[in-house]
Design a protein around this ligand. Structure first.
Ligand SMILES: C[S@@+](CC[C@H](N)C(=O)[O-])C[C@H]1O[C@@H](n2cnc3c(N)ncnc32)[C@H](O)[C@@H]1O
Length: 220
């Protein structure tokens, strides 16, 4: 995995670079609160500095977390963010075996789009195996646009939003450079992969152009 993330500078520009930041992460938090027990066991895939886990922890203080990421420095930052919470940290690739679980929720944000499509599909299948009956899988991620015209539109809307929120041209250029290695997949295909893997209640729960929160549940 190439280290494109600098843990020291990752957090500060997030609210400018992730459009609708509060909704994007908050929808995952809301759905986990609705679906999981108070002491939910939560696995965060590609957890980075722990923004998503912390969003869930604010709403579900007794939840127990397992943060999984290929970057030791990003997880070290997450460890500081989640100090005082019950949390485990594993440095590993998303293509490596997942922690045994079972988990009440498996969540991910802005990480799975780094995988090849076959790896995404395989990860969805392996996530279902690690969920407890009735458990929930949610991926808040970038998605591919169905046509080049829409891709250009979504990209322009994203970058204009970042500028409105205060990103300067250097920050926009750095974001564009990082996005060159993205492997975004179409939303309908990913929903179909979740269906095929055996998830129930598969849906897209929130979307803003090239950003979506989607997932499904495991049968009881
Ligand atoms: C854009 S950051 C997202 C971090 C966090 N989930 C968030 O929402 O802020 C992408 C994260 O995915 C991790 N990542 C990317 N590809 C990975 C892989 N193949 N295996 C494990 N982690 C990976 C990176 O180390 C990084 O922490």
């Amino acid at each position: 995995m190439s280290e494109v993330w600098d843990a020291a500078t990752y957090d500060e520009p997030r609210r400018r670079l992730v459009p609708c930041f509060d909704d994007f992460y908050g929808v995952v938090g809301e759905l986990v609160v609705r679906s999981c027990p108070a002491a939910a066991r939560v696995l965060d895939l590609g957890a980075g500095t722990g923004i998503l886990s912390a969003t869930i922890a604010e709403r579900l203080p007794a939840a127990r977390f397992h943060l999984f990421d290929g970057s030791e420095s990003m997880l070290a930052q997450a460890q500081r963010r989640l100090a005082g919470r019950e949390a485990h940290f594993t440095v590993a690739l998303l293509t490596d075996p997942l922690p045994a679980g079972p988990f009440d929720a498996i969540v991910s944000s802005l990480a799975i789009h780094h995988l090849h499509d076959e790896e995404k599909r395989d990860l969805y299948e392996r996530a279902l195996e690690r969920l407890a009956p009735g458990g929930l899988f949610l991926n808040a991620d970038q998605i591919a646009a169905p046509t080049p015209e829409l891709d250009a539109l979504y990209r322009a809307l994203h970058l204009d939003r970042a500028r409105e929120l205060g990103s300067d041209e250097a920050e926009v250029a750095a974001a564009v450079e990082r996005m060159r290695v993205d492997r975004n997949a179409l939303l309908p295909e990913q929903l179909e992969w979740l269906h095929s893997a055996g998830f129930q209640h598969v849906d897209c729960f929130w979307r803003w152009h090239g950003f979506a929160v989607f997932g499904g549940g495991k049968g009881r």
